[in-house]
Design a protein around this ligand. Structure first.
Ligand SMILES: Cc1cc2nc3c(=O)[nH]c(=O)nc-3n(C[C@H](O)[C@H](O)[C@H](O)COP(=O)(O)OP(=O)(O)OC[C@H]3O[C@@H](n4cnc5c(N)ncnc54)[C@H](O)[C@@H]3O)c2cc1C
Ligand SMILES: *[C@@H]1O[C@H](CO)[C@@H](O)[C@H](O)[C@H]1NC(C)=O
Ligand SMILES: *[C@@H]1O[C@H](CO)[C@@H](O)[C@H](O)[C@H]1NC(C)=O
Ligand SMILES: *[C@@H]1O[C@H](CO)[C@@H](O)[C@H](O)[C@H]1NC(C)=O
Ligand SMILES: *[C@@H]1O[C@H](CO)[C@@H](O)[C@H](O)[C@H]1NC(C)=O
Ligand SMILES: *[C@@H]1O[C@H](CO)[C@@H](O)[C@H](O)[C@H]1NC(C)=O
Length: 458
């Protein structure tokens, strides 16, 4: 493929997914530009668990050591009743034997900064909001709110749960009667979520921050539809997350409230404050014989970094149309989508419409079942946090699960450990082989072929 044959990729959204795609294309020689509507990305969010499913790609990008410096090893998760009576811990250490990698928690903003650093600043246009997408003369065009347009070959919608790219794409499909009914329905959500990260904490008051490992504590409300979760980080801070599990009725009310407020995944300051007020007395274990309340964490968190978000739950069926393609929501899912897309775009023989369509088809074929599987898994997990009878039973079963069954369940969560085919492969470790990724194999074949070609030309 000569330089002129490489497609130009326009990425909408500089979230974790869009940035990961940028970081990967950067190494592939494919030209790309990222458009992000905000001028500055605020350090919002709590913590994320990163483990064997992402660490091989971090190694390929050369950021594994940097990641280990900001991550905190997570050997187990602990669940408490509201009385702070602990349940048996869930042991995560078997994933190391399965894969050669451990699980780590990392503050979402810290991980964001690490991925952001992998993309040269001039490739990201901040303060550029995409309003519409069109196809003109065999080119893909994005239309920005400042009336500017940009032209490329492929548009990737990495713009989050309320993606403008998806909405415009679906409008076009719907006008042609080509949008499946399931995709015409709203994004449901069953959970609102308050997230934040404290400043550096006083170890006298919060002995938990002195622990050598991360304690992922989950507390389940008694007779109230809340669960709350804390992680101590490598920086001596606590990341926290409060989930309000909605019933059908409260979900509807929340949906209406949300659409009065804003049109994206973040709710704004007022609802966040109200949720803080509602939950500040909830109790917390802090180690060293100490306990505290969520209010202690709220008071130690800069107010502008507390945000209320919702957890959407839906997997759309339609992922592409013409020269437009979508990436999933959910951090790990979006980054895995980025890996598959980067592999396929790298391996494209040319950039005709047919070629692009074929690549999108392969992308969907590989990723849709994987996304469904992870969606099914997390629904299963959500049941653990369910406060009703189902939650009580699932919880009992999970914490009293025989070791072999728990290992089996854990092994299912680490099947997808994709790499890109155009960077030297990372050696496989562990006892459980990763799922085969056709896009990775395809890119690897093209890469090896090009290496041979290069030698012949010499
Ligand atoms: C505020 C917030 C806090 C979160 N906290 C946590 C957490 O603590 N732990 C956790 O596990 N998960 C958290 N999540 C969820 C998880 O991080 C996301 O699911 C994950 O980041 C998905 O990444 P993404 O790249 O697909 O989308 P997003 O992270 O939503 O990124 C989309 C980006 O696209 C931009 N964008 C949107 N529309 C346009 C447009 N029209 N034009 C240009 N740009 C546009 C947005 O500004 C945004 O930067 C949080 C999500 C949000 C929004
Ligand atoms: C541990 O890491 C694996 C792989 O990244 C992930 O699938 C799993 O959910 C993690 N465990 C927890 C409890 O987050
Ligand atoms: C987007 O562009 C299409 C095609 O030009 C047009 O029909 C549609 O009205 C536009 N949508 C918006 C929201 O501007
Ligand atoms: C964009 O164009 C429209 C119509 O041509 C105009 O009303 C609007 O002021 C323009 N906006 C900017 C930011 O230039
Ligand atoms: C593009 O590649 C396909 C093979 O994937 C080939 O059939 C087609 O002829 C190529 N088109 C051009 C213009 O090179
Ligand atoms: C996910 O669950 C649905 C329904 O519960 C089922 O039909 C589907 O086969 C499952 N998919 C995977 C990949 O596990």
């Amino acid at each position: 493929m000569s330089k002129e044959d490489k497609p130009t990729v326009l990425i909408v959204g500089a979230g974790l997914g869009g940035l990961m795609l940028g970081a990967l294309l950067e190494k592939s020689g494919v030209p790309y530009t990222i458009f992000e509507r905000t001028t500055v990305v605020k350090p919002l969010g709590s913590a994320m668990v990163v483990g064997p499913t992402l660490l091989p790609i971090f190694q390929q990008l050369g950021i594994y050591d940097e990641f280990l410096a900001i991550g905190k090893y997570l050997p187990q998760t602990l669940t408490y009743k509201e009385s702070l009576q602990p349940m048996p811990p869930l042991d995560l250490r078997p994933v190391e034997e399965f894969t050669g990698y451990g699980n780590y928690t990392v503050a979402r903003p810290t991980l964001y900064d690490l991925i952001l650093k992998q993309v040269p600043p001039h490739k990201i246009h901040f303060g550029h909001r995409v309003l519409n997408i069109t196809e003109e003369d065999d080119k893909a065009v994005i239309h920005l709110s400042n009336n500017a347009t940009f032209t490329g070959d492929i548009i990737v919608g990495a713009d989050g749960a309320y993606s403008a790219v998806r909405q415009r794409m679906y409008e076009q499909l719907k006008a042609n009667g080509e949008l499946p009914k399931a995709d015409q329905e709203d994004l449901p959500f069953s959970c609102t979520c308050l997230v934040g990260q404290t400043g550096v904490l006083d170890p006298e008051k919060f002995p938990i921050v002195t622990l050598p490992h991360c304690l992922f504590n989950s507390i389940h409300g008694q007779d109230k539809p809340f669960s709350w979760h804390t992680f101590n980080t490598a920086e001596g801070k606590i990341c926290w997350m409060v989930l309000h599990h909605l019933s059908k009725k409260s979900s509807k009310a929340a949906t209406e409230q949300r659409f009065r407020n804003t049109n994206n995944a973040e709710w704004g300051a007022h609802p966040a404050q109200a949720m803080c007020d509602e939950t500040r007395d909830f109790p917390l274990p802090l180690e060293g014989g100490k306990t505290g309340t969520l209010g202690d964490l709220y008071d130690a968190t800069p107010q502008e970094y507390i945000s209320k978000v919702m957890l959407e739950e839906k997997v759309f069926k339609t992922w592409y149309h013409r020269r437009y393609v979508l990436m999933g929501d959910g951090a790990v899912t979006a980054m895995h989508d980025a890996i598959a897309l980067a592999n396929l775009i790298y391996a494209m023989p040319n950039k005709t419409s047919e070629d692009i369509n074929k690549v999108f088809e392969e992308y969907h074929k590989e990723r849709y079942p994987a996304v469904m599987e992870s969606y099914n898994n997390s629904k299963q997990l959500a049941k653990i946090f369910d406060t009703g009878i189902v939650g009580t039973i699932v919880n009992y079963v999970t914490t009293h699960m025989p070791t072999w069954l728990w290992r089996l369940a854990l092994a299912k969560t680490i099947r997808f450990r994709p790499q890109v085919g155009y960077i030297k492969p990372v050696e496989l470790k562990g006892t459980v082989a990763p799922a085969i990724s056709p896009s990775e194999q395809k890119a690897r074949a093209v890469f090896e072929n090009r290496q041979v070609g290069a030698v012949v030309h010499l």
